[in-house]
Design a protein around this ligand. Structure first.
Ligand code: ADP
Ligand code: ASP
Ligand code: MG
Length: 465
């Protein structure tokens, strides 16, 4: 088989974890052709983002301390996970060079007092540039023939939408095949940085948070892989966030459409578009536990086998949400109002999670990410107030969205009634409701402090069998 194995940050954080990863690569590479994709070490991308923000405030001392700590973290890790002295010296040198470059970038930001999406991508790329070196040295230590490449070096070309770049698949497919297949044919394992790629001017881009999953499926569709495996720290995609619901169970089988619905709402911190390339190329994806490899995990594939008990597959809690309410009788019977609202938000780069309009049409409510609230309200007020159709725009920032996902809901009567009955029995007040026309999900807004209670109620009602 030709396999893409992606290891998330949650699988590469300590020497024992790295040894476990190299065991998995070793055992599977004996009979298969393998491409490894690796994320930054756990928490590193978040810390790079935070260090960017500090540097914007002109804090040079923090930038210096941060890069020193980051260097120590990676060097200590390779020292404890690698035994070969020669390869240790060479990887330490590479890490120090990368850290020096990163320091220059952060100091540059601190002098300028600002970052752009482009410079932020450059800085964020160091998480994966560093982790790939660490894993490379551990694989070498285990006598696994491997080579490390950045996403761009592996052939992934994107547009220049920094922070959320889109792969240009035709060129990417061609380049990735030309570059990676010869390694596979020689029995060499390419280790590719997740998350980062490059544009036509050879400038670093990132695919968006959680983007290593996306890298894996882009590579899979490029080299016609048989399967993609996402190795993580839980047994697979689960019926709810296991940190929230102790009794959440692993979903054995799920369709691409259902899994995508879950990831769009943020389950498992996966990139929302990560499954697209695999779905289009009909390549099955498995989500497996690095630390429990005997478990088969979750299989994501095209067909969906709906068992009557599986009407609902999962319940997802989306935190950090805000709601915008737009009120105005002038919207009644006026086509195009919603289009204008969407247009304004799209121009501001704001993604709408849900929309709901009352039958009277005098009220439209939208759920968006909380971080976008101020920006969204400002843009909407500037564009729409005074036009006569919208009189009042207000925001609420203490809400969450709950999404109930499952293909079996389609055409099954009474699911929504059961959902809202059990939520109301848990004394949770439901604010805004939306059901996608795909009928794959029912989502609704509740007050943040009541959200966990609602998730527990739904999990108990549909998924605790
Ligand atoms: P990785 O580092 O492997 O990319 P992520 O950070 O993307 O891992 O996501 C893994 C974590 O997502 C798990 O540890 C789990 O706690 C959390 N999680 C939240 N919701 C779910 C869900 N429905 N199924 C599986 N994991 C979930
Ligand atoms: N390191 C990146 C992030 O934290 C990509 C990933 O982990 O998938 O978003
Ligand atoms: Mg992830």
């Amino acid at each position: 088989m030709r396999l893409i194995m992606k290891f998330g940050g949650s699988s590469v954080d300590s020497a024992s974890e790295l040894r476990q990863v190299s065991e998995l690569v070793k055992s599977h590479s004996q009979k298969n052709q393998i491409i490894v994709v690796v994320s930054a070490l756990r928490g590193v991308t978040d810390s790079l983002l935070a260090s960017c923000e500090k540097a914007e405030g002109g804090d040079k001392a923090s930038a210096k301390k941060y890069v020193q700590d980051l260097s120590d973290k990676h060097i200590n890790l390779v020292r404890s996970a690698t035994t070969d002295k020669k390869s240790l010296n060479s990887v330490e040198k590479k890490i120090r060079t990368l850290i020096k470059d990163l320091e220059k970038l952060l100091l540059g930001v601190s002098y300028l007092g600002e970052t752009t999406a482009r410079s932020r991508d450059q800085i964020l790329s160091y998480g994966e540039r560093l982790s790939v070196q660490v894993l490379h040295s551990v694989l070498k230590d285990q006598k696994i023939k491997s080579v490390c490449l950045t996403g761009a070096e592996a052939g992934i070309l994107t547009d220049s939408n920094f922070g959320e770049a889109t792969p240009l698949m035709n060129v990417t497919k061609h380049q990735v095949t030309e570059i990676l297949v010869p390694y596979l044919d020689k029995g060499v394992v390419p280790i590719v940085t997740g998350f980062i790629a490059g544009n036509q001017d050879h400038v670093v881009t990132t695919l968006g948070r959680g983007g290593s999953d996306y890298t894996a499926t882009i590579l899979a569709s490029s080299v016609d892989a048989d399967e993609v495996w996402f190795w993580t720290d839980v047994d697979g995609l689960m019926t709810a966030d296991p940190r929230l619901i102790g009794e959440a169970k692993t979903i054995l089988d799920i369709s691409f459409r259902e899994a995508m619905e879950m990831t769009i709402f943020g389950a498992k911190a996966m990139h929302p578009r990560a499954l697209e390339p695999a779905m289009h190329a009909k390549i099955p994806v498995r989500i497996r536990n690095t630390f429990n490899p005997s478990n088969k995990g979750t299989l994501v594939q095209l067909s969906q086998s709906v068992k009557p008990v599986d009407i609902v597959k999962a319940v997802v809690l989306v935190k950090d949400v805000a709601v915008i309410n737009l009120v105005g009788t002038g919207m009644v019977g006026k086509p195009g109002t919603i289009a204008r609202i969407f247009d304004v938000l799209a121009k501001g780069g704001i993604n709408v999670l849900m929309i709901s309009q009352t039958v009277s049409e005098a009220n439209v409510s939208l759920a968006i990410k909380r971080q976008d609230l101020d920006n969204a309200i400002n843009s909407l007020e500037t564009a729409l107030l005074g036009s006569g159709s919208i009189l009042e725009i207000s925001g609420e920032n203490d809400v969450s969205v709950i999404a109930v996902v499952g293909a079996g809901m389609k055409g099954t009567r009474g699911v929504a009634a059961r959902v809202f009955q059990c939520v109301s029995e848990a004394k949770v007040n439901v604010r805004i409701i939306a059901q996608g026309s795909s009928e794959l999900n029912i989502s609704f807004v509740v007050k943040e402090k009541e959200a966990k209670r609602a998730v527990r109620a739904i999990h108990g009602e549909f998924l605790a069998h």
